[in-house]
Design a protein around this ligand. Structure first.
Ligand SMILES: Nc1ncnc2c1ncn2[C@@H]1O[C@H](COP(=O)(O)OP(=O)(O)OP(=O)(O)O)[C@@H](O)[C@H]1O
Ligand SMILES: O=C(O)[C@H](O)COP(=O)(O)O
Length: 393
């Protein structure tokens, strides 16, 4: 990687401010998935072993610059302490004299978690004053928050202008794996793009069309492409203002010799509900009053065969409304095909990662990104502000 990592600098005895992405799903005070906390452990353990004073910063949820009691990081501090087998101190604020005093009392190798940085309006505004206050707490800045690296916020970008700033191991690993896949792909290279909206995936589809051999489309966004082919889609998700764009993407795929696959059949429902009446229909026969909520069995089979022949597969976005059991088969079939694939398999975070976890297939994947939006922006070829600001090698 072109950026310096925590291995490249001296951290012994230094106060290290490490930005992590502990934005984990909560059910009340219970953390329902601690993947992101576990993913940050290698950097945190390294800093502890090296004898740094470890100051961790994260956001949780979207409190919009206000203190929200239910978004305090206390449950996260507890879980981190369990995972480390070591005390983790928790500050009730992220900046200010009290936090500074708490830090001053820490011995090398001790860990303090700051309060949710998004309780401060300056965080998301990337306010230089707030960034300076954060910088004042430490001697060195380490960014290990890949999931938030696409945000130019004070704790992900602003603060790095005031301290020596390097990457943590998770950030480094994510950039390395995703970067290598896009720059020097093993072939055949297949991307599977699903999810709700074309609007959210235009950038990534455009960029991937210059790199992949096969592009498989599924999820709600598929029906705008189906409409662009001249078929009627009933009540399925449709972005009318993106039909022309969908046509041009299909053309671009042809021009680039990309095998662009759309569903050939789908599961339609008479309403958007778990107990709706359903039927499997060919893609040219979606009934007027029905909506397509999953890819059909023939599509599952076609997509599976292509996945099995691939040496590199990247997947972002579910194939159907996987939250409802009758419409989860497409997404599960893709997860199973990826698990059976001998090549490199990369999951681009977000809902697809959740679907893989839910199916118990996480271990079978080469890499599951901890970033949803961040991995998407990376796959679009965008520069992530939280990475750009770090020191070059
Ligand atoms: N055919 C469909 N009709 C309606 N909704 C669908 C359909 N297929 C998938 N979805 C919905 O799309 C949603 C996921 O879309 P989204 O674009 O947010 O995916 P994602 O890219 O994985 O998200 P993230 O931003 O978390 O990475 C799911 O909630 C799913 O129910
Ligand atoms: O969950 C995520 O994708 C990251 O933590 C970023 O969160 P955000 O979308 O609220 O900025």
């Amino acid at each position: 990687m072109a950026k310096k990592s925590v291995r490249d600098i001296e951290v012994k005895g230094k106060r290290v401010l490490c930005r992590v992405d502990f934005n984990v799903p909560l059910d009340g005070e219970r953390i329902t998935d601690d993947t992101r906390i576990r993913a940050a452990l290698p950097t945190i353990k390294y800093l502890i072993e090296q004898g740094a004073v470890v100051i961790l910063a994260s956001h949780l949820g979207r409190p919009k610059g206000q203190v929200k009691e239910e978004l305090r990081l206390d449950p996260v501090a507890k879980r981190l302490a369990d995972l480390l087998g070591k005390e983790v101190y928790k500050a009730d604020e992220a900046i200010g004299p009290e936090v500074e005093q708490q830090i001053a009392k820490l011995e090398p190798g001790e860990v303090l978690l700051l309060e949710n940085v998004r309780f401060y309006p300056g965080e998301e505004k990337n306010d230089p004053e707030f960034a300076k206050q954060l910088a004042k707490l430490a001697d060195v800045y380490v960014n290990d928050a890949f999931g938030a690296a696409h945000r130019a916020h004070a704790s992900t970008e602003g603060v790095a202008h005031h301290l020596p700033a390097v990457a943590g191991f998770l950030l480094e690993k994510e950039l390395d794996i995703l970067g290598r896949a896009l720059e020097k792909p093993e072939r055949p290279f297949t991307a599977i793009i699903g999810g709700a909206k074309v609007k959210d995936k235009i950038g990534v589809i455009e960029n991937l069309l210059t790199k992949v051999d096969n592009l498989l489309i599924g999820g709600g966004l598929a029906y705008t492409f189906i409409k662009a082919q001249g078929y009627s889609v009933g009540k399925s998700l449709l972005e009318k203002d993106k039909i022309e764009l969908a046509k041009s993407l299909i053309e671009k795929a042809k021009a680039n010799n990309v095998n662009f696959l759309m569903p050939v059949d789908c599961v339609v429902a008479d309403r958007f509900a778990e107990d709706a009446n359903t039927q499997v229909v060919a893609i040219d026969s979606i009934p007027d009053d029905w909506e397509a909520l999953d890819i059909g069995p023939q599509t599952r089979e076609r997509y599976r065969n292509i996945i099995l022949e691939s040496n590199l597969v990247i997947w972002n976005g579910p194939m159907g409304v996987f939250e409802m059991e009758p419409f989860a088969h497409g997404t599960n079939a893709i997860a199973t095909a990826l698990a059976d694939c001998q090549g490199t398999t990369i999951i681009g975070g977000g809902d697809s990662a959740a679907a893989i976890e839910k199916a118990g297939m996480a271990e079978a994947m080469t890499h599951i990104s901890t970033g949803g939006g961040a991995s998407l922006e990376f796959m679009e070829g965008k520069i992530l502000p939280g990475v750009a600001v770090l020191e070059d090698r």
